[in-house]
Structures are given as structure tokens and as C-alpha cells.
Design a protein around this ligand. Structure first.
Ligand code: ADP
Length: 294
């Protein structure tokens, strides 16, 4: 082995050690996956992190989407640069229990186009996962790139023993991608907690009429075919879009919109699976039962 290769090997080993050390202090790692883009994966990851933090958990939100990091926009952190201390990335303290880091906070400008060559991309992913000084966390919520390609694969391999949730819309085209995501989880050893159906119908705030724009029942059908838990169904809500665009996704404790209630139900379900916490009732199963009886 020549000296350049030896140096590379040493660097890679040091990074692997960093990843291991950084993740040792995190109780639950939850990867948010989707078969394809545009189904609301980042929105779900952000609101999961916020809702978990509101429930008193210490939460880190990590956006590993190198090509389209959207968490800074969703949380109003665009243009905010992360600090470095001794070569370690300091996450941004967004709320009392919520720290955040996104590739968007490490780039110079919000519109910087980054063309990642293969090895550099993998190095950036490893640094994002191992290089952040999170401290002790109850949950690390990872907004993973969509699909089942090299990037989500590297992330899954770097976080062994992680859990995953898959986000889909009720459309058949998204649901066929869910099957691929489930196969991906099985292959890479991710522990799949369940499926989240997003953009699940629209209820007119004026007249209360419900329109199932993307179809209906697809989430239940797919969950039952694949023996998955349906963690919840989040309706289309113009408040979600407005909140995301303004960087204030405050589906807070006190908000009573159907979307906020659905997010809380998803978090209850995730907590009941992971923490086996009797105080967080498994409303996902109640939801699935209700759907069966409809
Ligand atoms: P992805 O991460 O899967 O690409 P995003 O989270 O960026 O998707 O969401 C794509 C768009 O859909 C955003 O404009 C977002 O505000 C919107 N969106 C996501 N979920 C909902 C929802 N439940 N109701 C209304 N709009 C939503």
C-alpha cells in the first residue's frame, strides 16, 4: 500500500471511530425514508422532531439530503452557518430540546449548487453523521435522501441498528415505492417501525367536505399486505405548506388542526414502539382498526 492509500485508510478509520462515538450517546436513531421525493418526507421528519421535543425528549434533527436540503427552510434557519469547535460541527439549538444540523447550514450560500463526486459525497455523509457534537440525545431523527440508492444505503450502513419509518402518499405510484423501501430496510438491517401516510385526503376548512385527492385506503392496504404498522394518516393541510414556507412549522401542543393531531398520534405510536411507554397509547393500531371498520 502506498503512503497516499495508507493516509486515506487512516482517515477513513478515524471517521468510522468518530461516527461510533457520536452515535453511542443517542438512545434511538430514526431514519425517515421515502420511496421518492415530494411525498413530504422532510416535512414529516421536521414535525416528528418538533413533536418529540415538545414531549420532553432531547432530539437531534439531521438533514442528510445533500442535493436539496430543505430543513433550514422549514425551520427558518436559512443562511445560519453552523459553528465549528475543534473540527467538530456544533448543531444549531433551535428549541429547548431540539438541535438541528443540515448540509444547508454548512454551505456558504443558500443557492450554492453542489456537485458531489461519489467519494466526496460519501465523505460528506460520514462527516455529517459522525462529526456533529450532539451530546446526549433521546432521539436522532434523520431526514434521509429519497429512494433506495447509494446515499440512503451509506447512511443505513453508518447507523447500524437504526429504526426507520417510511413516508408515502396514498397514490398507487408512491405505494409501489414503499415496497422497495421495505425491501431496502430488510436488506440493510434497519428496524422498520411502520408506515406514515401523508397528504391523506383534504378536508375543506369552510364546509368540512372531505376530498381524497390521492385516493383512499392505499396506506392500510399496503401496511396490511406487507405486515406493517400504519403509524398514522396526515391530511393535506394548507397550514402545513404556509408554516413550512415561512420557516415556522409550529404544530404546537395546543394546535387543534387535524394535521397537528395526526402528527401527535404518529409520535405516540413511535414512542410506544420504541420506549414501550404505557403512557403513549398505541393509537396507530386504533387508527388501523378504525380504518378497517370504515
Ligand atoms: P420531500 O421531503 O418528500 O421531498 P417535502 O417535505 O419537501 O417533501 O414536501 C413537499 C411539499 O409538500 C412542500 O411544499 C410541503 O409544504 C408540502 N407538504 C408536505 N406535507 C404536507 C401536508 N400534509 N399537507 C400539505 N402540504 C404538505
Amino acid at each position: 500500500m502506498d503512503s497516499r492509500n495508507r493516509k486515506r485508510k487512516k482517515e477513513a478509520e478515524a471517521l468510522d471511530r468518530e461516527v461510533k462515538l457520536a452515535l453511542e450517546r443517542v438512545k434511538y436513531k430514526v431514519l425517515v425514508l421515502s420511496g421518492k421525493g415530494g411525498v413530504g418526507k422532510s416535512t414529516v421528519a421536521t414535525n416528528l422532531a418538533l413533536t418529540l421535543a415538545e414531549a420532553g425528549r432531547r432530539v437531534g434533527l439531521l438533514d442528510v439530503d445533500l442535493h436539496g436540503p430543505s430543513i433550514p427552510t422549514l425551520l427558518g434557519l436559512t443562511g445560519k452557518r453552523a459553528r465549528f469547535v475543534d473540527d467538530r460541527i456544533m448543531p444549531i439549538q433551535h428549541a429547548e430540546n431540539l438541535k438541528v444540523i443540515s448540509m444547508g447550514n454548512l454551505l456558504r450560500g443558500r443557492d450554492d449548487a453542489v456537485i458531489w463526486r461519489g467519494p466526496l459525497k460519501m465523505k460528506a455523509i460520514t462527516q455529517l453523521i459522525g462529526g456533529v457534537e450532539w451530546g446526549d440525545l433521546d432521539y436522532l431523527v434523520v431526514d434521509s435522501p429519497p429512494g433506495t440508492g447509494d446515499e440512503p444505503l451509506s447512511i443505513a450502513q453508518l447507523i447500524p441498528g437504526a429504526h426507520a419509518v417510511v413516508v408515502t402518499t396514498p397514490q398507487e405510484i408512491s405505494l409501489s415505492d414503499v415496497r422497495k423501501s421495505v425491501g431496502f430496510c430488510n436488506e440493510v438491517g434497519l428496524k422498520l417501525i411502520g408506515l406514515i401516510e401523508n397528504m391523506s385526503g383534504y378536508v375543506c376548512p369552510n364546509c368540512g367536505h372531505r376530498d381524497d385527492i390521492f385516493g383512499t385506503g392505499g396506506g392500510e392496504r399496503t401496511a396490511s399486505q406487507l405486515s406493517l404498522r400504519l403509524l398514522g394518516k396526515i391530511p393535506i393541510d394548507s397550514g402545513v405548506v404556509r408554516a413550512g414556507d415561512s420557516g415556522l412549522p409550529r404544530l404546537s401542543k395546543t394546535e387543534e388542526s387535524p394535521a397537528a393531531e395526526a402528527f401527535r398520534r404518529v409520535v405516540d405510536a413511535i414512542r410506544s414502539v420504541l420506549e414501550n411507554d404505557a403512557s403513549a397509547p398505541d393509537r396507530a393500531l386504533v387508527e388501523a382498526d378504525r380504518a378497517k371498520n370504515e
